[in-house]
Write a protein that binds this ligand. Structure first.
Ligand code: GDP
Ligand code: MG
Length: 703
């Protein structure tokens, strides 16, 4: 008995659908109407080995919205009748426009075979299309055909049959819509999935997308409450939220993203003739994505970003610093006498948390720059440019986006690797992500750079970030080679069109990331500064090496008194619990040029990297005898050298990711082995690098 398959032919008008329909079915066809409407419906039979294939010719459409009858017919047939395979006939000489419909079928989750028709025309126009790569990017077989010459028909039938009976295993490809849209999609999907009746028939992601696009047919299907929640209410909320961020209606945002997906593929699989009509976006791309200039442009923009950040954060930082000094002195005046409580507030909280808070302007400005680069569409280009390069080290541009997110915070960066389907690529990207310098490390650099390299601030910061990127790339290459060998999976980089970022969108993005930092300052940093203060202030009355009280009594001048008080405070700190802890750590960090205070700070930094600064702030505040509060910067400048500062920056950049990052690595890899590995190898590398910097620097007489 013949095995039966039903297939639907779809495609843009004039893509050659009728021609291919005739090639497939010959004379075995009949014409009728689609039920209820006077739109012509053609059906035919195609025989191949022992298969009998029913071929249905769908109306030619550019999309699958609910706006036009043709599109509704095409889409309802696919959704309701569930053909075994949808054959999408694509005009190769107009590939970009034709692929839009293709993305619609991909979203419907159908088994798709693509007939790359009119390749003769494409060739005549000077296009060269890499069908194999296209197939990998789309996750569907792509068969080049020339309809009117009946070329490629046999291959097409074979692919249809293989696809129909499940012999072809293609990668599942999803069009990504960017962080914000995806987040809203997920919310809507969750609501939809509570209603099994609907999801049995339609993919929930597709439904969610259509709802966001305002598709009336789909809205009709999900109207009403499911277990007390109105799904359309969520859709409205999501639309408003997205409109607020992008300043555009959701339908165009979604369409833009689809074109971005297509554009990314197109640029990879098609080589174009030199003369061609180009859009502004294309023109910008021809510079920004240039083979030679692309990477230098990216590096330059990054440098510009740091320059901007440093230049404009100087003034607000000076204000905050002045405010803190004033506050410290004012608050210590409030206390009747020097005591535990005064020390807790002034040294522990103002000295510790304050030394971190001061860097708020830098952090927000850097996030502002990143938000602008992302929202304008440039970051996607940066990833595209890096793709070629990343491919050489066995990764791809997709890995670059999580890495860029890591500049904000490694946690979302690591979570963003979920968009990487290949496990090897994903794990490598997770493992190297901590080298992307997150915002929490910025206070450490800002403090040290402000002390020792104020003239070359932005350049220094730039170098630190670059060292992080280079380390990430080097380690990725090594991991890819030795821990996760295997070929790199092909990936599409979405290239959404450029747009002028909206003020609101940029501010929301900056705020969302920056606020993490503020929250940390109020919670974990606050708590750990109190802990450090406690460790450094107790035991309250240690046994001193000298009888300071008696010496102070006998002192001849105020200057001597101050000296003695300082020495006493210093000795007390050394004999405190923190000092004890420091003595244990010191031998490990001594070869890197660090003293025990830095050592204690670095241990605290495991909780959150800002705590390195907070700890130093508290330790130095406690360790000073005088009451005048002085900027931490001054104390750091007196106690360390530029070489130590650089070594410390390198170490902070590279050493153990904070505990929250380790937690996320565990969650995303589902293995303590990898989480501990990430903690261990980064710290080892940090130690080696800082050792080389410090000892090397000393050898050539720098410190
Ligand atoms: P439909 O609107 O999608 O049904 O397209 P048709 O099948 O009617 O084809 C439109 C025109 O394109 C016809 O004149 C076909 O002869 C022509 N055509 C179909 N396939 C090809 C092809 O592969 N190459 C070229 N050059 N022309 C083709
Ligand atoms: Mg036709």
């Amino acid at each position: 008995m013949a095995k039966k398959l039903t297939i639907a032919l779809a495609g843009n008008p004039n893509s050659g659908k009728t021609t291919i329909f005739n090639n497939l079915t010959g004379a075995r066809q009949h014409v009728g109407n689609w039920p209820g409407v006077t739109v012509e419906k053609k059906e035919g039979i195609c025989r191949y080995n022992d298969y009998e294939i029913r071929v249905v010719d769908l109306p030619g459409t550019y999309s699958l919205t609910a706006y036009s009858l043709d599109e509704l017919i095409a889409r309802n047939f696919v959704v309701e009748e569930r053909p075994d395979v949808v054959v999408d006939i694509v005009d190769a000489s107009n590939l970009e426009r034709n692929l839009y419909l293709t993305t619609q079928f991909m979203e419907l989750g159908v088994k798709l075979v693509i007939a790359l028709n009119m390749i003769d025309l494409a060739k005549a126009k000077g296009f060269k299309i890499d069908a194999k790569q296209l197939s990998e990017f789309l996750g569907a077989p792509v068969i080049p055909t020339v309809g009117h010459k009946n070329k490629g028909t046999d291959e097409l039938i074979k692919a249809i049959v293989d696809m129909g009976n499940g012999n072809l295993n293609m990668r599942k490809v999803t069009v990504g819509y960017g962080e914000e849209v995806e987040e809203e999609l997920k919310k809507i999907e969750e609501l939809i999935e509570r209603d099994e009746g609907v999801t049995q028939r339609y993919p929930s992601r597709w439904l969610a997308l259509k709802l966001l696009e305002g598709d009336e047919e789909v809205i009709k299907k999900v109207r009403g409450k499911i277990r007390g929640t109105d799904r359309l209410e969520q859709v409205r909320k999501s639309s408003e939220h997205l409109k607020g961020i992008f300043g555009d209606d959701v339908e165009s945002i979604i369409a833009d993203r689809r074109y971005g997906f297509i554009s990314g593929i197109y640029k990879r699989v098609v080589s174009k003739p030199a003369i061609e009509r180009r859009t502004i976006s294309d023109k910008i791309d021809s510079i920004v994505l240039h083979r030679v200039l692309g990477i230098p442009i990216f590096l330059f923009l990054m440098w510009l970003m740091f320059k901007f950040t440093f230049t404009f954060s100087e003034t607000p930082m000076a204000w905050i610093e002045a405010l803190q000094e004033w506050l410290g002195n004012a608050v210590s005046g409030l206390f009747a006498e020097e005591g535990v409580l005064q020390s807790l507030v002034v040294d522990g909280i103002i000295g510790g948390v304050g030394s971190v808070i001061i860097f708020v302007p830098i952090i927000f400005l850097l996030f502002l720059c990143i938000a602008i680069l992302e929202d304008s569409g440039y970051m996607a280009r940066a990833a595209f440019v890096m793709d070629r390069f990343m491919y050489k080290i066995g990764l791809h541009g997709r890995s670059f986006i999580p890495m860029i997110l890591g500049f904000g915070c490694n946690i979302p960066g690591i979570m963003a690797t979920r968009s990487i389907e290949n496990k090897r690529d994903r794990f490598v990207t997770i493992l190297v992500n901590p080298f992307m310098s997150c915002g929490a490390r910025l206070p450490v650099y800002a403090l040290l750079i402000g002390c020792f390299f104020p003239q070359k601030a932005s350049t220094m910061l730039y170098i630190i970030y670059l060292i992080g990127i280079v380390m990430a790339i080097v380690m990725a290459k090594i991991f890819r080679r030795y821990l996760f060998p295997g070929p790199a999976a092909p990936f599409v980089m979405e290239l959404p069109p450029y747009r002028v970022p909206t003020l609101k969108g940029v501010i929301i993005h900056m705020w969302e990331r920056g606020v993490i930092f503020l929250k940390k300052a109020g919670t974990i940093i606050f708590a750990s500064c109190i802990l450090i203060w406690f460790l450094s202030s107790f035991p309250r009355n240690p046994e001193y090496s000298r009888d300071y009280d008696a010496l102070i009594q006998k002192a001849e001048s105020q200057w001597v008194v101050t000296q003695l008080e300082n020495e006493r405070a210093f000795e007390k700190l050394e004999k405190s619990y923190a000092g004890g802890l420091g003595r244990i750590i010191e031998p490990i960090v001594r070869p890197l040029g660090f003293d025990w205070k830095i050592g204690v700070g670095l241990v605290g930094g495991f909780l959150a990297k800002e705590i390195v600064v907070g700890t130093l702030g508290t330790l130095y505040a406690v360790g000073e005898g005088d009451e005048e509060s002085e900027a931490l910067r001054e104390k750091i400048k007196r106690n360390y050298t530029p070489l130590v500062a650089f070594s410390l920056m390198i170490f902070t950049l590279l050493y153990i990711p904070c505990c929250a990052s380790i937690g996320v690595i565990y969650r995303e890899t589902n293995s303590w082995k990898w989480a501990l590995f990430a903690a261990g190898y980064t710290t080892a590398i940090a130690w080696i690098m800082a050792f080389m910097v410090y000892q090397g620097g000393r050898l050539i007489g720098l410190g």
